[in-house]
Design a protein around this ligand. Structure first.
Ligand SMILES: Nc1ncnc2c1ncn2[C@@H]1O[C@H](COP(=O)(O)OP(=O)(O)OP(=O)(O)O)[C@@H](O)[C@H]1O
Ligand SMILES: [Mg+2]
Length: 499
């Protein structure tokens, strides 16, 4: 850092373990920059050594390390590949640097391994749980990252050559059976480690080759975690739970990155365990509790000759023949997909899907206008719309609206988030939804309210007892379906005991 650099405020420093290599991270905010700087440093790896590794040793390794890694899904997880890589790389390194200590040898090998078997310069970012997104916009500017606490940050990593960006994208594609080249300049892929990767090549992306990596939430979101993080209140989550129990269909909408898929995933924790669930996605993101009978399906792009495509529509039609109790559809974009979705609801299936729209009104208008154009009367088959919201400036995410559908295909907003109080507030009493639940269960409005209060108590119980992960939430939910009185007694007893 130049001594005359403007006052540099360190926001946070921490270290990451990247496959055995320690990486130091520092997030700083200088008064001369509009965005924070996220810088990484690899101790034990001097700039001079890095240049030798980059210019000479990587080339030599290609010849010496004779392992066909392109065929492997995730070579780094394979102990045989790792051991073989380590011993061959050590030999090459010791030839160049005969005086290397064991520790240094480990750092250099890990660095080379991240290039040969991993994502190269992008690898350390993928290991940082605080990052949501990692993007390369071309070789003319540094890599950007989206930090959970600080939002978009610029980094001290630049991929200096367009060719390297293309190679990195092509390497990712090869590992998952997708291609990116001048004829196919757009690629969507999902790594076996869960990350979702999109890449585009110049001249389609006019200022250079791009890579966008969406990190995978290793701990999937759950209803209790959303409540604990103030995304939604226990009462509103309880209302959704009651609706799910009674096989209502729910559409989760919101803007890009607002948390639609995460929310859909969390809702699936509330499915009763004795049911068959089929999920359909372009790239697999959904992850359900292990006790459910779950068949995940994902689409396939056509091969370079244009053959072998399996579309979202194909899978939706197929799913209906698989005797599903619940169908989860990653994202609805096209008319035929929406038609099949509503057809499925009409024929008595419980369907859960996401749609891109900013509020309930826009959700309805997107569904009923071109290109989707579902007739308004068909919308009555849907029961609820939940809208997720992300504040782009602060990064906070909240459930913005919950709306019930009426039989005629209209909607009533029941809850709406108030930005001034940061609370989700009741706009009006449930009516159409309570009628529908009553129709199937015989419950009166009073009983519906009591049930919501009970479930709300169970959710609070989970939070008090730190039951935030998918398996422990799943266990309580399953127990609740089996013996609600017992779980309720437990939930209220602990509360009483604390008073
Ligand atoms: N309530 C929340 N609080 C904090 N972070 C959240 C919340 N919901 C989701 N996230 C995080 O936000 C990121 C984006 O979430 P997700 O993929 O679910 O959004 P999306 O709306 O489906 O995005 P897309 O429009 O790309 O499909 C993920 O890293 C996820 O872990
Ligand atoms: Mg999504």
């Amino acid at each position: 850092m130049k001594p005359d650099a403007k006052a540099e405020g360190v926001l946070e420093s921490y270290t990451l373990d990247v496959e055995g290599m320690t990486v130091e991270v520092q997030v700083t905010q200088s008064t001369s920059q509009y965005v924070p700087l996220y810088s990484i440093k690899i101790p034990g790896l001097a700039e001079g050594t890095k240049i030798i590794l980059d210019t000479q040793i990587k080339g030599e390794l290609v010849g010496e390390v004779n392992i066909d890694i392109s065929e492997m899904l995730d070579a780094r997880k394979n102990k045989y590949v790792r051991d073989a890589f380590f011993s061959k790389t050590s030999k090459v390194l010791l030839r160049h640097f005969p005086n290397l200590t064991h520790d240094n040898l480990r750092v250099l090998t890990a660095y080379l391994m991240q290039y040969t078997l991993g994502l190269g310069d992008l690898e350390p970012f993928v290991h940082d749980e605080s990052l949501e997104e990692i993007v390369v916009n071309g070789s003319h500017q540094p890599v950007w990252v989206f930090h959970k606490k600080y939002g978009w940050c610029i980094t001290n990593v630049v991929i200096k050559d367009e060719k390297l960006i293309q190679d990195c994208a092509a390497g990712i594609g090869r590992r998952v059976g997708r291609q990116i080249n001048l004829l196919n300049p757009l690629m969507d892929a999902r790594l076996s480690t869960g990350e979702r990767v999109n890449a585009t090549l110049f001249p389609i992306s006019t200022s250079g080759n791009t890579i966008t990596i969406r990190k995978f939430a290793r701990n999937p979101w759950t209803p209790s975690l959303f409540v604990k993080r103030a995304t939604i209140s226990p009462e509103v989550m309880a209302l959704l739970w009651l609706s799910i129990q009674n096989e209502m269909s729910i559409l989760v909408s919101g803007g890009t990155g607002s948390g639609k898929t995460s929310f859909l995933n969390a809702l699936s924790n509330l499915f009763p365990p004795n049911q068959r669930v089929i999920s359909i996605e372009d790239t697999r993101e959904i992850y359900l509790p292990s006790f459910l009978q779950w068949v995940p399906l994902s689409t396939r792009l056509p091969n370079p000759e244009g053959k072998g495509e399996v579309s979202m529509l194909d899978l939706m039609v197929n799913a209906l023949r698989m005797r599903p109790d619940r169908i989860i559809v990653g994202e609805v974009r096209r008319q035929r997909e929406a038609e099949i979705l509503f057809e499925a609801m009409h024929t008595g299936h419980s369907v859960y899907a996401t749609l891109h729209a900013d509020n309930a009104e826009q959700t309805i208008s997107r569904l009923t206008n071109p290109p989707i154009s579902i007739p308004q009367t068909m919308l009555g088959a849907l029961d609820l719309i939940v809208v997720q919201y992300r504040n782009r400036r602060t990064g906070i995410r909240r459930t913005f609206e919950v709306a019930e559908m009426t039989d005629a295909g209209g909607y009533n907003v029941i809850y709406r988030w108030n930005p001034r109080t940061d609370r989700i507030e009741k706009v009006q009493e449930i009516s159409a939804l309570a009628d529908r639940i009553g129709l199937y269960t015989g419950m009166t409005l009073k009983e519906v309210r009591q049930d919501i209060a009970d479930k709300s108590q169970v959710i609070s119980y989970m939070i008090r007892n730190d039951m935030l992960d998918i398996e422990s939430v799943g266990k309580i939910v399953a127990e609740y379906y089996r013996n609600p009185e017992q779980v309720l007694a437990l939930a209220s007893r602990v509360e009483g005991g604390r008073r």
